[in-house]
Design a protein around this ligand. Structure first.
Ligand code: OGA
Ligand code: MN
Length: 279
């Protein structure tokens, strides 16, 4: 018997809070099964009050599938390349990780052939003033709320995703950029485990809709983002130290909010579970 509790934090059931879990017990099958079904049912889960070593986070994450190694090799944890540092800490005058991960709506690794199934972000240090939230959007609900004519229009359309934007402090080097030419994926994808359809957008990384005139593609994408911006689909997560947030990239988008990184430290460990090719 596992003693974990799952409590949705929105009326729609999107985004649930899990208490009473200890992810360090990664051999606990009942706990794992309960977390896995909560993840599928709620799209995003926050597992509270964790104290995990990198090895424990990696072992827990691996139960969901093989882990991806992020292309930004200078931002990985030394000795544990499965962990991407989302952090504004510095060492020898340079950032140890990625201080500005995803400051726009996006879904992780959408520019790869097999984008991330899910990302697992563990908060070791958070800003003392409570800033630096992450916003999440329920893309299943957003899709289902579209007018039938829009759903029909989106049927069969594909979007081109490319990772070529500059971060605040650095850009991809030439070799990294060459390894990532970009990929096109359906604008509406079917979740391989729940069979539900969801919008699949990528913010700045989704450059255009294949086969449409530039202006038409831009207008349609703007319309879709405006539709998703509705509070009915969004949950704003305010971090607590020890939170482990696990989002399903196949049916959600997320958006990192800025914070005062001159005054505060925000330090997180991210693991990334590899997914399927979207269909
Ligand atoms: C990420 C990401 C959000 C945040 O790690 O993929 O988008 O709030 N992070 O740091
Ligand atoms: Mn992200």
């Amino acid at each position: 018997m596992t003693s974990i509790q799952v409590k949705p934090l929105t009326e729609s059931g999107f985004f649930a809070e899990i208490t009473g879990a200890d992810l360090g017990r990664h051999g606990d099958d009942a706990q794992f099964e309960a977390i896995k079904s909560a993840h599928l049912a709620h799209g995003v889960i926050v597992i509270r009050d964790q104290r995990l070593s990198p090895e424990q986070q990696i072992a827990f994450s691996r139960r969901f599938g093989p882990l991806a190694i992020h292309v930004l090799e200078d931002q990985l944890l030394e000795g544990h390349p499965e962990i991407l540092l989302v952090s504004n800490k510095t060492k020898d005058g340079r950032y140890v990780g990625l201080p500005d991960a995803g400051r726009f709506w996006h879904t992780d690794q959408s520019y790869e052939e097999r984008p991330a199934l899910g990302s697992i972000l563990y908060a070791l240090e958070i800003p003392e003033d409570g800033s630096g939230d992450t916003w999440f959007c329920d893309m299943t609900a957003a899709y289902e709320a579209l007018p039938p004519a829009t759903k029909a229009r989106l049927d069969g359309l594909r979007g081109m995703h490319i990772y070529n934007h500059a971060h605040e402090n650095f850009s991809l080097n030439d070799d990294q950029a060459t390894r990532l030419p970009g990929y096109d994926h359906p604008i509406v994808r079917t979740h391989p485990e729940t069979d539900r359809k969801a919008l699949y957008l990528g913010g700045k990384l989704l450059k255009y809709i294949v086969g449409l005139e530039e202006a038409e593609s831009g207008t349609l994408l703007d319309e879709l983002y405006a539709h998703c911006e509705d509070d009915a689909f969004i949950h704003r997560h305010q971090w607590r130290q020890g939170d482990m947030v696990f989002w399903d990239n196949r049916c959600t988008m997320h958006f990192a909010q800025p914070y005062d990184d001159k005054r505060f430290t925000r330090h997180m460990h991210r693991t990334t579970v590899m997914g399927d090719r979207p269909v």
